[in-house]
Design a protein. Sequence first.
Lengths: 202, 202
Amino acid sequence: MKLYTSAASPFARKVIVAALELGLGDQLVLETAGVSPVGSNPALAAHNPLGKIPTLLLEDGRALFDSRVIVDFLDSLTARRLVPADGPERWAILTEQALADGLMDAALLARYESALRPPEFLWKDWLEGQMTKIHRGLDHLETAPRNTGPDVTLADIAVACVLGYLDYRFADEDWRSSRPRLAAFYAEFSSRPSWLASRPDA
Amino acid sequence: MKLYTSAASPFARKVIVAALELGLGDQLVLETAGVSPVGSNPALAAHNPLGKIPTLLLEDGRALFDSRVIVDFLDSLTARRLVPADGPERWAILTEQALADGLMDAALLARYESALRPPEFLWKDWLEGQMTKIHRGLDHLETAPRNTGPDVTLADIAVACVLGYLDYRFADEDWRSSRPRLAAFYAEFSSRPSWLASRPDA
């Protein structure tokens, strides 16, 4: 299976970490694809009209996207499950993933606003709106239990990917000092082989 | 169950149409929530730190979001399934939903750029980038089979919600003339009771 990816993307990292945690790492061939909301990548767009990564290309030519769909598919391939098939735990984990994905979206929109958009078109209210979501979301996650053992769930992986992205692109954001539990979780999660193998600078 | 919603949101409409198609309409109490990427709604943010609709509040106080998670939950409550539990069809439908959701995201970002952002901060390249995704995505959907009978899937519902939102907010976009199959699908889908009951102006 070929995974269109990019080293900086937190959504792509979520897929790669999930694949490694499921023991499927050797089945993924990674292909770096340059993407931008203001540019086009015809090779990628042929498989995913949104022109976004991650996109998974199966051996039979089918393309799966986005990150949630790819992880749902990978999760069906092994006995180990990152999301239970049913029960209240399923929707709790999926909602936490949705929260983490929403924070990644907010962080990407903030990044586009401050680093991609020409500075004369920057709208401060928009940037602040996205950062408010991030702060409020992290405060919420600070109160939630996390796993760092062999039983990590998709929610743990997604939360780690948000925090890793903030460290990578928003190094001035001190998200740790008022959120000690999240900081402890991230410190421990960061030693996982799946995490080390998927570092943006790896 | 209480669904925080907004008449204009294509994501909220997806949830409402899905609930009606599943026969769960009478279990949903709709509560309109004003939201904006540059403003805050404390009542909603208490349940969803992203401050986004749709958000579903269960009787026991748990909150589920976003639209995909809510539909996944609703789909588990009845024998009728909008997404099969496994098999290739599952990931084909989920990928089409992801495409439709991506088009809704692009349309919302285009709408924010042209109607919410102060005009002096409008960046033409951004707006064009989002509209390109929409056109390319619709061209892709034009080639895909659709259902309009009792066997509609979540993909059909999501695609209808994109098209309905384009008609509602981008009335100048003539998406039909070069996409006759999509136009025929939408015309037929538009007569469904679930569609009529969830009209933005209903």
